[in-house]
Design a protein around this ligand. Structure first.
Ligand code: 4NP
Length: 143
């Protein structure tokens, strides 16, 4: 799961997808990273921690990091939140197979950046949760 800062959206996406995967017994390993380095080493934004906690998910132990080339090897899929992340991550992709792993989390829509708008954290949680549930359905062929 990749966004710009790795403190608002992608930590939520990591927490939500890991929670859903665990709930469904899928055994998926989810991680998150950012394309920008301002917050490396920090925990998630308090507003994301609170939004997740309101839904029974604890993301407080996550630590912000940058996306790295080895992520294209270690992960089968790389989901990005918006078109800027998509452009930046595709630019880093070391080949066609790597580039093919990169997709918008919501398919054809973006998850907007809530950083400057406190009221957007709950709607962003819900958008990400919807995207994660759709991916679980797609990958497990559930209806
Ligand atoms: P995120 O939000 O990409 O969802 O983590 C942001 C967090 C921090 C900044 C930008 C976006 N920033 O510019 O520091």
């Amino acid at each position: 799961m990749v966004c710009l800062g790795n403190i608002c959206r992608s930590p939520l996406a990591e927490g939500i997808m890991q929670h859903l995967s665990d709930e469904h017994g899928l055994g998926w390993k989810i991680d998150s990273a950012g394309t920008g380095n301002w917050h490396v080493g920090e925990g998630p934004d308090r507003r994301s921690v609170r939004a997740a906690r309101n839904h029974g998910i604890d993301i407080s132990g996550q630590v912000c990091r940058l996306i790295r080339i080895s992520d294209f090897e270690h992960f089968d899929h790389i989901f990005v939140m918006d078109k800027y992340n998509l452009r930046d991550v595709l630019e880093m992709a070391p080949g066609e197979d790597a580039a093919a792993k990169v997709k918008l989390l919501l398919g054809n829509r973006e998850v907007p950046d809530p950083y400057y708008e406190d009221s957007q954290f709950e709607p962003v949680f819900e958008l990400i949760e919807m995207g994660c549930k759709d991916i679980i359905k797609e990958f497990t062929h559930q209806e």
